[in-house]
Ligand binder design. Structure first.
Ligand code: WT7
Length: 661
């Protein structure tokens, strides 16, 4: 039965509430998995009886070769959260085999190449064969259960093949976004102790070639433990191949049979590592496990995205980030629907590219970051072309979406026929934690709305650490009980995991974000409270950028701050004090920008480098970044009492430098 149409707009305390558009129900292949009352009831059950709730869902959504008996164990304080312990399963079997057996010709991957004419569609049975051959190749190279394999690839179907081949044989993938520099890749390969790297000769993005293999070669100069590099031929341009180490994907795969049995894994065996930035300089290898992560991915794919058989999911994000892991790879494939792999950019060959892809493949779902929407909104509505009527769900992820961008997405892209989902989550949460449920939750532009099943959020006072109960409160966002897809450790440093997430507010998972809960219990994510900045939905740590700058011989000291930006959300700005022998020249500022590009990657490059005589410091030597932030946002008249600084006169000097640059 189609749920009754609800009033379209309800005005309440300033924020408008949007009902799910009637048009969504009209074009739905059946009906959404949940109505709002059902969400409320199920949510209550998931919090009061998580064992029953997750046990049932895990059995429903995944194939377990050996069933689990115990649903959950451990807790935040002891750092031993674990789920579905006795269960045995294989991630690749769940994502590929069972669909390849049931519907071999069903589309699995919709590949849209950088050039619109170069794409293709890969069926589930084709995907299974390719995955098996690569799995065989890895086994022959000596990769065993528990080994880590690094993946540094462009957005091509073979990246997904690589993910799945690795987990098929029980190995752990550690995917490094191909926009990271060779130094970042090196650090991640070393930290994860990867023995094999899977890559491509070159990438193609926005009409330009990217020297992927060369970056790998530079990274591996300092990674003696890497025994082999598997190179997929993407462009066919000449690249150096190291004798005895590097092999071509097509040469190797042609040697092996197209079926290779999956390895049986324990639920808590690691599935992957993904490095992410925190408040300190060194990125953390966040570890996710097999059973719990897959249950989270499948559950949110089913309920949040309301995926149904025959749907086509279009996640625009790169597989090098968590959004790509969960919603480009695992969630759609676990549910047997087709997923888009888009190699290019929203601006190539022109600003209509996203919309042309949606129209061409009749995508039912589209999921991207507000930063792309801001770019496209600015480019002009005339670029939105083609028949977009296949769309039911439009998702947003990675950063707050401003009300006017939300409305633009809703009105211009969705033509008021789609449900807009502002999904809040993190690399560490594995899957959505605060989000509307597709086809179900009434939404308010700018609010991620309500918690997903099993997520018990709380707002705490940042100073006292006390929980702020009731509605209409604002503070730091924490989560009060474990959920299946949460990260289990930081690779090689469980203590750091405990200190970062569980020792800040005892008994809770600390998100690092602040949030408000409004009078109706809706959550509004305000932004990070730590030193993490969000540039074009990329998560960066100011400490990491400072660590990159200090590597330059001219740098005595630096302070990096994030400042709000209309297009990219935030920008990176660096204040640098040089050593005596060095001078402030345009070349020097350029060199320092290059230093960050080289050390982390182009996407982390500061928008501006300000060379100053000194940084504002307290008497105990602490750099006052707050003052730098205020100066950059033009709030120099609101600096507060600066007389307590050890060097108050530097403030005026910095203001002058900022004005002159
Ligand atoms: C941080 C996590 C989760 C996939 C991509 C980012 C911010 C994420 C939202 C949202 C406001 C958001 C938070 C969070 N963030 N989604 N819907 N509204 N902020 O994953 O790189 O681990 O970054 O992104 O600050 O802590 P990530």
């Amino acid at each position: 039965m189609v749920p009754e149409a609800q009033p379209v707009v309800v005005e309440a305390q300033g924020a408008k509430t949007f009902a799910v558009p009637q048009a969504l129900f009209d074009k739905h292949p059946g009906k959404p998995h949940l109505a709002f009352e059902e969400y409320r009831a199920k949510y209550k059950e998931s919090i009061e009886n998580p064992t029953q709730f997750w046990g049932d869902l895990a059995r429903e959504l995944l194939h377990w070769d050996i069933p689990f008996q115990t649903v959950k164990n451990g807790g935040f304080e002891t750092g031993d959260v674990s789920w579905f312990m006795e269960g045995r399963l294989n991630a690749c079997y769940n994502a590929v085999d069972r669909h390849a057996f049931a519907e071999p010709n069903g589309p699995a991957v919709i590949y849209e190449a950088d050039e619109p004419s170069d794409g293709r569609i890969i069926t589930y049975s084709e995907l299974l064969r390719e995955v098996c051959k690569l799995a065989y190749t890895l086994k022959e190279m000596g990769i065993k259960k528990g080994d880590t394999v690094a993946i540094y690839m462009p957005m091509i179907p073979e990246a997904i093949v690589a993910f799945l081949a690795v987990v098929r044989i029980g190995a752990i993938h550690t995917v490094v976004f191909a926009g990271f520099s060779s130094e970042s890749l090196r650090d991640r390969v070393q930290d994860a102790k990867s023995k094999v790297v899977i890559t491509a000769d070159e990438g193609k993005r926005g009409g330009k070639n990217i020297a992927t293999k060369k970056i790998v070669d530079a990274a591996l100069e300092e990674c003696p433990d890497v025994k082999n590099v598997i190179v997929y031929r993407r462009t066919g341009n000449e690249v150096p191949m190291k004798e005895g180490r590097d092999v071509w994907w097509h040469d190797e795969l042609s040697k092996y049979p197209a079926y290779c049995p999956p390895e049986l894994m324990a639920s808590e065996d690691p599935l992957f590592l993904l490095y992410t930035s925190g408040s300190t300089g060194k990125p953390k290898g966040v570890m996710h496990t097999t059973g719990g992560y897959l249950v989270g991915a499948a559950a949110t794919g089913k309920y949040v995205f309301d995926l149904h058989p025959g749907d086509k999911m279009g996640t625009a994000g790169d597989v090098g980030w968590i959004t790509g892991h969960t919603y480009c790879v695992y969630a759609p494939l676990l549910l047997g629907v087709a997923t888009l792999v888009f190699e290019g950019t929203p601006a190539y060959p022109n600003f209509s590219r996203y919309w042309e892809i949606i129209a061409k493949h009749k995508l039912t779902h589209f999921y991207c970051a507000p930063t792309a929407l801001r770019l496209l909104k600015r480019a002009g509505d005339h670029h939105i072309k083609g028949d977009l009527s296949s769309l039911r769900i439009l998702g947003s992820v990675g950063e707050p979406i401003a009300e006017e961008v939300w409305r633009w997405y809703h009105e211009k892209v969705g033509r008021e026929e789609c449900h807009i989902l502002d999904t809040y989550w993190q690399t560490e949460t594995g899957s959505h934690v605060i989000t509307p449920i597709g086809g179900c939750t009434p939404t308010k532009p700018g609010s991620a709305s309500l918690p997903f099943f099993g997520i018990e959020p709380a707002i705490v006072d940042p100073v006292t650490g006390r929980e702020l109960v009731g509605n209409d409160v604002e503070g730091v966002l924490v989560i009060k009980q474990p959920w299946p897809s949460m990260a289990r450790t930081v690779w090689g440093s469980h203590q750091r995991y405990m200190d970062t997430y569980f020792n800040v507010y005892k008994g809770c998972y600390f998100t690092g974000d602040s949030a408000a809960r409004d009078y109706e219990g809706y959550y509004w994510i305000r932004g990070r409270v730590d030193d993490v900045v969000n540039v074009s939905a990329h998560r960066l740590s100011t400490a990491e950028i400072e660590a990159a700058l200090i590597q330059h011989p001219a740098v005595a000291e630096s302070a990096v701050v994030g400042v709000a930006d209309e297009l990219t959300g935030q920008t990176v700005n660096a204040f640098v004090a040089l050593k005596d022998a060095y001078k402030n020249t345009p070349e020097m500022r350029k060199e320092l920008t290059m230093q960050v590009r080289k050390s982390i990657g182009p996407f982390a490059a500061p928008k501006a480098v300000y060379i100053v005589d000194d940084l504002p410091k307290t008497r105990s030597g602490k750099i006052m970044r707050r003052i730098l932030r205020k100066i950059l946002s033009g709030e120099e008249d609101q600096l507060g009492d600066i007389s307590t600084l050890s060097n108050p006169s530097v403030v005026e000097h910095i203001i002058n430098v900022v004005h002159e640059t």
